[in-house]
Design a protein around this ligand. Structure first.
Ligand code: PGA
Length: 251
């Protein structure tokens, strides 16, 4: 399976810079004949009618479980339908931990979008204190994040995103990723992405870990040149030599 690369813009990029990003990225995919699935999750205010290759997919970072209605500050599926958006992130740690979405609410949202046939990228991962408590606790915490989630859903992609690695600049180690991904894949046969401080340097090592089917990237994906490098690396994964040599750790 070709590696999947996803960019989560979070609360970044305007309508104008999102368009520039999408056009630039699309041109790159066409030029390089890259066929990997590439997802971009812009902010809802930047949704637009983009002219994109089939494998460049725009998704929603969030949507309320409604078509329309009185939910101040939220968007509904009419706002996604307007732009043909059929992909959504659910369970992201920032929605769980900053915006207070409970597992019950996350599951409700999941089931709503599942019933509509959306492609769902379902995120889960443990906070630092759980990781520090050990592997059993970590796996227990993760299984609880699958409560109410139909893991046999055909349009499901999973994303393991340890909370302590998100936006901190400190990615999980290769060993951590390998262990958790192996445990999850043993039970759930779905594409499984890793997310949490993924950068251009280090991406190939992560993509080479068994059971890693791709990555979900925040911070390091917001500069289109960097994201293009990531997409390039993913498209060239054959386990041979280093695709991009990194000089500085921070790249
Ligand atoms: P990060 O975010 O790459 O900035 O750590 C990842 C994510 O939240 O999906």
């Amino acid at each position: 399976m070709k590696k999947i690369i996803a960019s989560n813009f979070k609360t970044n990029h305007s309508r104008e810079t999102t368009r520039e990003f999408m056009e630039d990225l699309n041109q790159y995919l066409v030029q390089k004949e890259i066929k990997n699935d590439v997802y971009v999750f812009p902010s809802a205010t930047a949704f637009d009618k983009f002219d994109l290759s089939e494998n460049l997919i725009v998704g929603a970072q969030n949507c309320y479980h409604t078509k329309s209605g009185s939910f101040t500050g939220e968007i509904g599926t009419i706002h996604l339908d307007e732009f043909g958006i059929k992909t959504i992130l659910i369970g992201h740690s920032e929605r769980r931990h900053i915006l207070g979405e409970s597992q019950k609410e996350v599951a409700l949202k999941y089931n709503y979008f599942k019933a509509l046939g959306y492609k769902i990228i379902y995120c889960f991962g443990e906070p630092l204190e759980v990781k520090q408590a050990g592997l059993t606790e970590t796996l227990g915490y993760i299984w609880e994040q699958f409560d109410g989630i139909d893991l046999s859903y055909e349009n499901l992609i999973l994303a393991y995103e340890p909370v302590w690695a998100i936006g901190t600049g400190v990615s999980a180690t290769i060993e951590d990723i390998a262990t958790i991904h192996r445990k999850i894949k043993k039970k759930i046969d779905k594409p499984l992405l890793y997310g949490g401080s993924v950068k251009v340097c280090g991406l190939q090592d992560i993509l080479e870990v068994p059971n890693v089917d791709g990555v979900l990237v925040g911070t390091a994906s917001w500069a289109v040149e960097d994201f293009k490098k990531m997409v390039y690396i993913a498209s060239k994964m054959d386990g041979s030599s280093k695709i991009i040599q990194c000089e500085k750790e921070s790249n």
